[in-house]
Structure formats: C-alpha cells, structure tokens
Design a protein around this ligand. Structure first.
Ligand code: TEU
Ligand code: CA
Length: 552
C-alpha cells in the first residue's frame, strides 16, 4: 500500500492533456498513451478532473450523471483500461467528486423542476423574500447566488454558475446517494478522491442577508460539516485503508483544516487551502494586477506548516491547478530566469511537510499564454468577469491585462508535448488555443536536456522516496525577515535539512543558522550546478535554491 506522505500526485485536466482521436479534445485514451511518461517522472497517483457526463458549462464541474463517462472523454472500458495499465506501472487513480452541486441537466434537478418533492428536497430551494431573492448572497462566478423558478415561485441556490445547483446535504437520502456513487468508483479500483469545494456543503438552517460580505461566512466550514465528513468517511472511503482523500477547502481556516485532516478525526487524508495563492489579490480582489506580497507569502506558508504540524493535520502542497495561473509566470520569471525560477519554486513546495501535487505542464515549465483577445478565452468565470467589468465601464485592454494575470484559462491551454503542429496535443483543432511558446517549452525538449525542469522534478520526487526526513521530518521555520530569501529547516532523528530559496533575480547573502562542525553535510539538490558548500554566510544567486543535508 502506498504511503501518501511519501507520494507525489500528478493532476491531469483531461480536456487539455492528450487528444487520441483528433477531435481537438483531450481524452482518457490520451492519458493511457502517456502513462510511461508519467512513470518515468516518478509520480504515484493521477488526479483526473471530472470527465463524467456533463454539458461542460464549467468544464465538467457541472455533472449531469456521476456514473457515466462523457463520450467526449471516452468509455467506461477506457477508464477500466486506464486503472489496469496504471496499476501495472504502480500508478493509482484519484477521481474528482463534485458533491456541492449538480448540473441543472442532472435528472435529479429535472425531476425537482417537474415538482417532485423527493427531488426538490435534494436541492436548496427557498421562498422569495420581499418579492425578491431570499438573500443577497453572491455567486462566485458573479451575480446573485439565487435563480428564480417561476413554476413554483421559489428560488434555487447556485454558489457557482446558474447551471450548477447546490445540493441539500441536510437530506440523509441525498447523502446516501452520494455514498453509493463513491462506492461505485471504489469498486472500479479507484484509490483516491479529490472532493470539490467540500467545505461549502453544510448550509445554515435559515438564510440571512450578509450585511458585510457575499454570504460565504454563513456556509463556509458550515454547521455539521465535520459530522458530514465523519459519516462520509465511515460509510465509504474510510472502510478501505488504501483509499486516500483530499478536500478542496475554499476560504477556510487552519482550525477547521486540522480537524478535516488529522488522523484521529477520521475525516480526510489532507486538504487544499488557497491563502498562499491570494498574496497578489489587491485588497483581496482576485480581479486585480499586483506583484505578489513576498513577506505575506512567507508568513502564510510558515503558519500553515507549523500550525497543521502542531494539530497533526496534513497539507496538500501545490502552486498550480486548473483554477490558478501558471506559477513560473506568477511568482517566478518566465523570461530571464525561466529554468532557475521554476526549479526554485518547485524546491520550496517539495521540501515541505505535506503531499506535493504537480499540475500538468508544471514539470516542463509551461507559462501563462498571455491571451490578448477575449475570443481566445473559454472559462465561464473569466468570460463572466469580462462582461461584468465591461458593464462597469472598464476598458478592454485593462480587462485583458487582468485576465492575463488571473484567468483560469492560463492553466488550461493544451499540454505542450513537442514542436509538431499543436505541440503534439491533437491532430485536429484544439478546443482552446495553445501558448505560442510551445516550440521552446515542451516535453520533448525537456527530455533531451539533462538540465531541464523535468529532470529537476524527477529528482525531487525521488528524494522524497529516498529520504524519510522529507516525508516525516519536523518543519522548523527560520527568521522570515529576509527581503528575498525564504528558508526553512526540516528535522528528523539525527538529520536536518536546510532549504534556502531566493525568490528574486538579484544576488543576496544568507546567514546560516547552524554551526556546521558537528555535522557531516552535503548538497541534496540545487538549481545551480556549482552551489556554494555550506558555511556561516552564503552568497545566494538569482532564484537560487539549495538544500543542505546535515547529519550528526
Ligand atoms: O473550485 C472552487 C473554487 O473556489 C474556485 O472557483 C476558485 O476559487 C476560483 O476559481 C479561483 O478563482 C472548484 C473547482 O476547482 C473549479 O474548477 C470549479 O469551477 C468550482 O469548484 C465549482 O465546481
Ligand atoms: Ca479526443
């Protein structure tokens, strides 16, 4: 059985990974084709974002049938082959479960709209208040979170798109339906589940206006959420020791995340939290352009490492996913120090206490595509923002610059495999445009170059397997007042790791915290071939990352 503390998980956005039949849309056969590439990289699990039957309004996060695979992605036979072929390579499959809401195309919702009480009670439906929406809550994709149902003069709640209706977890029958779905996929050999915005499913008993926000404080980490997750664990994945779970926790707290992921609580294995990816939100607004706040980033990373450790919780470690811009463009330098900054950012995450996640293309340094026309965008959240910002009178250039910085489409362009047409992603017309830099940034070029970002990720993954201190070591923050350096330590038995990372393109000096004489020391990994050996004061070059292993 795999130990998730020593494992690395690779996230695949099937629609943009590899197209096997030339329709311009990535599919499951394309994933099967690339298993040997992933084996060589060394990852242990593949997290697949949703590929179930869906009208694709939110690219699959609007599920119309949880038991069937959308024909665009393939067949159940393809999926079973993927599990089988993956297991031969010791790679397990993690599925993405969207249980905060369904598509309004789901039969449950259709029957609810047809007036069947049983199914109306599967959703959050409320009476009008003062002839209007039940509350002033906002959808995360813009606009009101309530949609009017004229047939019954009521409203249904949708925290995301209007075609994503929120489910009523208070309804035990509905929860039972959800447990059956998970047991079905466990029966298919699935060994992991990523639970989409799972900390939003516990809604309050009464719906009150939010006089100081968009309503999220009423349903985020809501009432009974821990009881729901304990029941979920007990009824399904908790029965299988070799099935792991990760909860996507939107706008959550450390206290709740310790309870979500501490083994003694028997809820989930680990959690995704996003606070470290909001340090470039001007005034907390995602739709803004600003350089990331380095000090705030360090403070947040240290806090979540130390507090989760104290509480015996477990972090999912990540910079990138299908909702976030590419990290080398965001916190690195994707022009002058593309290779060095990508490797430095990888070192920061992979040497920490938690389970690392790599998002497709991150391992070869894929960047934001810098789309300059709205027509190139496909993401519903980005297109909604464009329309709302235009109505607010913002000029197109300004809006496009914000989208270039923050749009989710930044991470959804096709995987760049080689220099052939469409970077080898498809022989057809890709559903979304490629980043124009694919002739230089692609898997083929990385595999040819021993100094590439790919081999650096491969080395990081192998180190976590070879050195217990990386998986089990105590995290020790170091003085976080350096202008450019983020450094921390790991301690385990008679060993220490000193991890030093320069987040900027200028040289700087670093005072090492430990007296060396009592230790044998070596460099475990560095993104400079000739990193300085350990000494009291070290010169750290632009975007330099170096990990010292110290042993008594
Ligand atoms: O994302 C949840 C979520 O909070 C994101 O919407 C995120 O905050 C936002 O995109 C960042 O701007 C999950 C899925 O990852 C996302 O793809 C879905 O759109 C969303 O849930 C609804 O299912
Ligand atoms: Ca296809």
């Amino acid at each position: 059985m795999k130990d998730f503390k020593k494992s690395v998980i690779y996230q695949i956005y099937p629609k943009s990974f590899k197209d096997s039949n030339g329709d311009g849309i990535g599919d499951l056969k394309g994933v099967i084709e690339k298993l040997p590439y992933l084996k060589q990289l060394g990852i242990d699990y593949i997290w697949l974002t949703p590929f179930y039957v869906s009208p694709q309004k939110d690219n699959g996060y609007d599920v119309a049938d949880y038991y069937r695979i959308d024909e665009k992605f393939g067949t159940m036979a393809d999926f079973e082959e993927l599990v089988r072929e993956g297991r031969k390579l010791d790679i397990e499959i993690m599925l993405d479960m969207v249980f905060n809401h369904t598509s309004t195309e789901h039969s449950w919702f259709k029957r609810a709209m047809a007036g069947e009480e049983k199914y109306k009670n599967y959703y959050i439906i409320a009476e009008p208040k003062n002839g209007g929406e039940p509350t002033n809550w906002l959808s995360k994709f813009g606009g009101s979170a309530w949609e009017y149902i004229k047939e019954c003069n009521e409203y249904y709640l949708h925290l995301f798109d209007v075609t994503q209706a929120d489910l009523n977890w208070k309804n035990k029958e509905l929860r039972q339906e959800i447990f059956e779905i998970v047991k079905f996929w466990i029966g298919k050999g699935v060994k992991g589940f990523r639970l989409d915005v799972i900390n939003l499913v516990a809604k309050p008993d009464d719906y009150k206006n939010d006089d100081r926000g968009d309503g999220r404080r009423f349903y985020t980490d809501g009432p009974n959420i821990h009881d729901y997750l304990k029941e979920f664990n007990r009824e399904t994945f908790g029965k299988q020791a070799d099935v792991i779970t990760v909860g996507e926790m939107s706008s959550t707290s450390i206290e709740n995340c310790i309870r979500y992921s501490a083994p003694q609580e028997q809820e989930l294995s680990m959690v995704f939290s996003f606070h470290h990816l909001k340090v470039d939100y001007k005034g907390g607004d995602k739709w803004s352009v600003m350089d990331f706040d380095f000090k705030q980033l360090i403070q947040i990373l240290n806090l979540w490492q130390v507090e989760m450790q104290e509480g015996n919780g477990w972090n999912a470690l990540f910079w990138c996913n299908h909702d976030q811009p590419r990290i080398v463009s965001r916190f690195g330098d994707d022009e002058k120090y593309h290779n060095k900054s990508a490797k430095m950012l990888a070192t920061v995450m992979h040497m920490m206490r938690g389970t690392p996640y790599i998002y497709q293309g991150e391992e070869v340094g894929m960047t934001n595509p810098y789309f300059d026309k709205i027509e190139l965008h496909r993401d519903i959240e980005s297109i909604n923002y464009y329309e709302i910002a235009k109505q607010q009178g913002q000029n197109k250039q300004q809006i496009m610059r914000v989208l270039q910085s923050k749009s989710r489409d930044n991470s959804r362009t096709p995987m760049q495999w080689d220099t052939s047409a469409n970077a080898g992603f498809t022989t057809g017309t890709p559903w979304i445009s490629l980043s124009e830099n694919y002739p230089n940034i692609n898997v083929e070029a990385n595999l040819r170059d021993r100094n590439s970002i790919y081999y650096y990720y491969q080395q990081l993954i192998q180190l976590r397997k070879d050195y217990d201190i990386i998986a089990y070591g105590k995290y020790k923050p170091l003085v976080a007042d350096h202008e450019k350096i983020f450094a921390y330590m790991r301690e385990y038995k008679n060993q220490k790791l000193l991890v030093i990372n320069n987040f900027y393109g200028q040289e700087t000096k670093f005072q090492c915290p430990i007296d060396i004489d009592e230790y044998n020391h070596k460099i475990l990994i560095s993104n400079y071939a000739d990193s300085a050996s350990y000494s009291k004061e070290i010169v750290i070059r632009p975007y330099e990352a170096v990990v010292y292993h110290l042993e008594k």
